[in-house]
Design a protein around this ligand. Sequence first.
Ligand SMILES: [Zn+2]
Length: 882
Amino acid sequence: MALGLGLSVLFAGRPITAANGVSDFNPLALPQAGDHALNILSPTMLELTLVNTKPPDPARVPSWDFVETTGEFHLPAAAEFEVAVGGQTIPVQAVGFKRRVLYAPLKERDLRIGNYLYLQLAAPVPADQTVEVKNPSGQLWPANRQFIGTASPLRLGRAIHVNQVGYLPAFPKKAMVGFYLGSLGELMLAGSPNFKLVEATSGKEIFHGRLAPRLDRGFPFPCYQHVYEADFSEVKTPGEYRLVVPGSGASFAFRIDDGVAMCFARTYALGLYHQRCGTANELPFTRFIHDPCHLAPAEVPTLQFTQTQRFLAESSADYRNNLRHTAPQLKNTASSLYPFVNQGKVDVSGGHHEAGDYSKYTLNSAAFIHFLVFAADVFPGVGDLDNLGLPESDDGKSDLLQEAKREADFLAKIQDADGGFYFLVYPRNRRYENNVLPEHGDPQIVWPKNTAATAASVAALAQCASSPLFKKQFPEAAANYLAKARLGWTFLTNAIARHGKDGAYQKLTHYGNDFMHDDELAWAACEMFLATGDTTYHQRLLQWLKPADGNARKWGWWGLYEGYGCAIRSYAFAEKTGRLKRDQLHPILLIECEKEIIKGAEDDFRRAQDSAYGTSFPEETKRVRSAGWYFSMDRAFDLAAACQLNQPVYNDPRRIFFEAILSNLNYEGGCNPVNVCYLTGLGWQRQREIVHQYAQNDRRVLPPSGLMLGNLQGGFAWLDHYGNELGALTFPSDGAQDVPYPIYDRWSDSFNVTTEFVIVNPARSLVTIALLAAQTPLKNQRWRSAPAQIEVQPTESNAGAPTYLARLRAPGLDLAQAQIVWEARDQEPAFGGTFVFTPAGSGPQWVEAEALWPDGRRVFAATEFTPAASQTSVQRRSGLTK
Ligand SMILES: [Zn+2]
């Protein structure tokens, strides 16, 4: 198999030795029960990995069953292990263990459990020596199962964590070293450890340095106190490298390249393309295709729509939790303060699917627009990007504004005749279209209007309408949006005049329910003022927005939250974006907004510093031992925004803010304890099971590229096929009081709604990395996805079964520089310049390829063919299809 990006150097360090004789290292392949490996984490720390599975409870695990349901554990004695190195035996001083489910998909039970034994040795394993661990009693594994590893300096070192995409030459470059050993705590490195940077292909040393301790702060239990940071910022020469820690092996290969920022930017942009609604996803822009979806008009529900009425009653049932909610419960469409004016059908096509589901939530649509337009107006060079690989790229207009316009055009359609905006677009008869591709989506309905959804829509449309670049590129749309925003504002003032400010609000779901509608109203007043200069709006804003009083922060500490954040940002940058002159602004409010933006960035900077792995995870969340809906690059947005304020000459914070943006980027790109890239379609180790209806229902193993995965999770979800088993198998337990499984390590390739994004998260992430991409030479590189083809030829047969070789052709592009992912029917996905496969079933076969260049350009191809009937093997490997 030909290999791209120097992957061949990793052969010596295969993290999992497949027991079934598969000899190629393929980090995209799913580990099988029975897979086992010996990893030399350091000269004195060995890791024995065993993958197993089990039938449903009450069945116990069939091997390495050391843990009782009470949490008590009985690890094997040190004498159970015989560690042989070059004819000598090294005594084992201590034994540790951890266990976590590796893989547990939603749709069918297919449980794969990772078991890890740790052996602390009394003497170090010398470099290049081969180690074998035996279990003389045969109690832990049969004699024919071998745990053998070689301490070669360039073996894959699982304790070494890098941004697997890479680093920008002109910016700081940091990697982390650390490892969680379960009941043995953390990996300690002896003495004052060093690191080296080597060329990926030659292994030649380019740079060396000292590892610096990097301690985590804020968790209420011991963790991440033995993590180290490798700073190789001095290396600026583009190339492909690996980070080596003597005694612990080498990292995955990564690049130092100006294309790294554009690679992330294009990948996030591709993710937005995959979320588009009311249109097709198609070649050459993606291989994750579907026909146009949700084109049928939605219905305005009547009382006969019983499911809708039930969902409304359920969603609003807790309205009394808010003492200020004096309006009647919105328990059905008849109890809305704002009855539907237009009846029958309404065109709701367009926009983007809001999350893993295909619905469209007005509040998220509005926020999505805010972040894209704000960045296009404020972040230098970002509005000019026209090369993100989208269908609209290379047309002379801003890619980000076109993405925003797609959403704003949708928003403009969901306004009722009285000016109010529908709360969401939803399936008519159920909550989720979880068993269909989008083109087979359900009939849809709209939910009633409320003041929060209307205010957010007013704000977002006014913000678009007043953007100088948007007005220049889309003058007609801008004028239309402003008229819609004015009508929406009239709805709001009528509502408040009639019901009072508090009495005008009716809760539907938790969306927009933080601070009731106060934050959305403030944002609407702000954008209407900025769009018109009319001081009537300004007076409202001065009443409604008081950043200094602390009430604008969620839970008292989360600043720049939802509508308040949008209002504060837009006001602070009103002059810079050319909307108003400084003397039209209220000087005190302006200062308060600027202070709040700086405070938000300082918070996220401090959080990044307090994380051993550089992610801006708040100490307030650490303290309560939970995690969810957390995305490092989303958090980095507030840092990027603060960098655009005028800075003091002394103590300019931009350098440290940029460092924190990059440490968050690195975390997302694989520089985390589990070496997983949390943006699909990038990195060496990729998640396949995600909370996404398209990904759950298409034919491929891998999810669409460019989708964000939550970087942190508190624990496993309860799933139909597993019940509580996934969490119960975890050792040490996530819920343990004294020393729980530490949070950055709580990853699994499983379905977990706490890792699901909403469309706002990739928007914030995309514009943050676009700020960096716009500072590289790539900002002017022309690019719009190009066509490619797959050729399939019969090749040498594999033990009598017909075998095929697939090759990608992309005229005018140098595929030798690309990383290519292959997928085919019934096959495991794989990296490679070509793809050799034996069809596992009869009938039509499909093959797809996705090539990625270091600057994020991608080409996609798909083909189908039917082997002659006599040429198909009857064997079919299990567990490979979804
Ligand atoms: Zn759709």
